[in-house]
Design a protein around this ligand. Structure first.
Ligand code: IMP
Length: 177
C-alpha cells in the first residue's frame, strides 16, 4: 500500500475536535488553578492535539516534550523506546500526560510507570482517542476525547508511515486491504 494514495473519509471533524478540546481544557483549568503543573506532550503523535489543548488551559503551565516510539506501519511492536527525554526533573510537580491515542495500552502503561518513578505530586492522563476493543494492558485514563472502534485512523497528528499528520481532522482509511 502506497502511504500517499490512501482513500480517506472524515471520522471526527475539526468542529467536533475543537469542541471536545475546549471541554477538556476547561476541566484541566479548574483542576490545576493555582497549582504548579507541567503539561507533557507525547511525541510525535500528540503535537497538534497538545498545541490546541494547552491554549484552552487558562492557568499557568509549563510545557515539556517526551518522545516515544512503538509503532511500525499499522501495528504496535509492543516495545516502547524513549526517543526524547524530559529536560528537567518533575519531582513534586503536577504532571499532565497528553497522548494522541491509546490502542493496546502498552505505551501509556509504560509512560505512567516511567513518570510515576520520577515522583510527581500527581499524574493526570489525557488521550484524544481510545480504542477500548484493542486494549491488551489495563489502562485507566483520566480524560478521553473520543472512544473509537478498532480501526486505523490518521490525521490531526496521527500518521501512517509518517504521512497524514497535517490533516486538520481525524480520518478513517477506506482502502486498506
Ligand atoms: P499502543 O501502545 O498500542 O496503545 O499504541 C499507542 C501509539 O500507537 C500511539 O501513540 C500512536 O502513535 C500509535 N497508534 C495506535 N493506533 C493508531 C492509529 O489508529 N493510527 C495511528 N497511530 C496509531
Amino acid at each position: 500500500m502506497n502511504a500517499k494514495n490512501l482513500q480517506l473519509s472524515t471520522y471526527i471533524s475539526e468542529e467536533q475536535l475543537q469542541k471536545k478540546i475546549s471541554e477538556i481544557g476547561s476541566i484541566l483549568t479548574d483542576k490545576f488553578m493555582n497549582k504548579k503543573v507541567t503539561v507533557v506532550c507525547i511525541l510525535k503523535g500528540s503535537f497538534i492535539f497538545y498545541s490546541d489543548l494547552i491554549r484552552k488551559i487558562n492557568t499557568d503551565i509549563t510545557c515539556e516534550f517526551f518522545g516515544v516510539s512503538s509503532y511500525s506501519g499499522m501495528t504496535s511492536t509492543g516495545e516502547v523506546k524513549i526517543t526524547l527525554d524530559l529536560t528537567s526533573p518533575i519531582s513534586g510537580q503536577h504532571i499532565v500526560l497528553v497522548e494522541d491515542i491509546v490502542d493496546t495500552g502498552v505505551t501509556m502503561d509504560y509512560l505512567k510507570k516511567t513518570i510515576e518513578a520520577r515522583n510527581p505530586a500527581s499524574l493526570t492522563t489525557v488521550a484524544l482517542l481510545e480504542k477500548p476493543e484493542a486494549l491488551k494492558v489495563p489502562c485507566k485514563l483520566d480524560h478521553v476525547g473520543f472512544q473509537i472502534t478498532n480501526e486505523f485512523v490518521v490525521g490531526y497528528g496521527l500518521d501512517y508511515q509518517g504521512y497524514y499528520r497535517n490533516l486538520p481532522y481525524i480520518a478513517q482509511v477506506q482502502n486498506f486491504q
